[in-house]
Design a protein around this ligand. Structure first.
Ligand code: NAD
Ligand code: MG
Length: 286
């Protein structure tokens, strides 16, 4: 678990792993793979860092080859690929903006071509811009949340679907803020709730194809998104991250990875349209 987070800020979003103090943990040394995803091919948006990197490394340890789609953080992407390869699996890094349907189409094509197929799609790329007042949110800022956090999920699923056979899985990263709301994250909370409707409707639509669709709703997690979104507003709030949860702390990405493995694997063969809440004990209805 993250210890002694210092007050800090990153002045650019997406944030970078390398600037975080302390470093986040993405997979525990003690996590043992048991071949749950042997031979599977996965594509993870936002897989260069944070929760997406955790999903990537857990998938690789469980035997999957993994492509990551990320905006521009080449160093973080390179490190994630190095770690995937260290697990003895194939890694593929694709830079591109999920708010373009063409980019999503070509990312899927590249994944299928390089990895030889696609079985697991994780929609996880996201932006989060803090604004205390609705009047401070510009049209452009509102639209950026929609374009990235919900349109990107739609574009990637639409592109992936022709390649997904029976037994495939789609996992959408939502947020506790979809359920609890967050007064300083109006645009973000709106998109995270949209992802929930998307998850439920898509699960029903794809059930006859044998494709499962689920979501993970993390609470506060120690990722570059935190210093890059809350940091510029209040560096101390980054140090206080998660202190309001029942566990009194934020989570590490390593505490999220196993939830993605569960939903991606055949262990969850009777689970679709659901949300796994990994949030330090906050009680959520829905
Ligand atoms: P992160 O910064 O490590 O990951 C977000 C990733 O999204 C970045 O790596 C970036 O490459 C990618 N991205 C952003 N805009 C993009 C674009 N236009 N095109 C392509 N990629 C783009 O932070 P994270 O916290 O791991 O975020 C991952 C997901 O988890 C997000 O959907 C976020 O909303 C969600 N989430 C995070 C927390 C948390 O506490 N960290 C809590 C709940 C939900
Ligand atoms: Mg990143």
């Amino acid at each position: 678990m993250p210890d002694h987070i210092l007050p800090q800020s990153q002045d650019h979003q997406p944030g970078l792993e390398g600037l975080m103090q302390p470093k986040a943990e993405h997979i525990r040394a003690s996590y043992k793979g048991s071949g749950k995803l042997t031979g599977k091919k996965a594509l993870i948006s936002g897989g260069d860092s944070g929760i997406g990197r955790a999903a990537a490394l857990h998938f690789a340890r469980e035997g999957a080859d993994v492509a990551i789609l990320y905006l521009e953080e080449h160093e973080d992407a390179k490190e994630t690929i190095r770690l995937i390869e260290k697990e003895g699996r194939k890694g593929l890094a694709i830079a591109g903006d999920v708010s373009s349907s063409q980019t999503c189409n070509s990312a899927v094509e590249k994944t299928v071509k390089e990895l030889g197929g696609l079985d697991i799609l994780v929609n996880n790329a996201g932006v989060q811009i803090v604004q205390e007042e609705i009047s401070a949110i510009s049209d452009q800022e509102w639209q950026k949340h929609m374009d990235t956090n919900i349109n990107g999920y739609f574009y990637l699923v639409r592109a992936a679907l022709p390649h997904l056979a029976k037994g495939s899985a789609i996992i959408n990263t939502s947020s506790i803020n979809a359920f609890a709301g967050n007064k300083a994250l109006l645009a973000y909370s709106t998109t995270k709730a949209a992802e929930m409707g998307f998850t439920r409707a898509l699960a029903l639509q794809l059930v006859s194809k044998g494709i499962r669709v689920n979501a993970v709703a993390p609470g506060p997690i120690w990722t570059p998104l935190q210093p890059a979104s809350w940091g510029p507003v209040d560096p101390q709030s980054v140090a206080d991250l998660g202190k309001d949860t029942p566990m009194g702390r934020c989570g590490d990405p390593s505490e999220l990875g196993p939830a993605y493995v569960y939903l991606a694997s055949n262990d969850a063969s009777f689970v679709t349209g659901q949300t796994l809440h990994v949030n330090g004990g906050m009680i959520i209805n829905g």
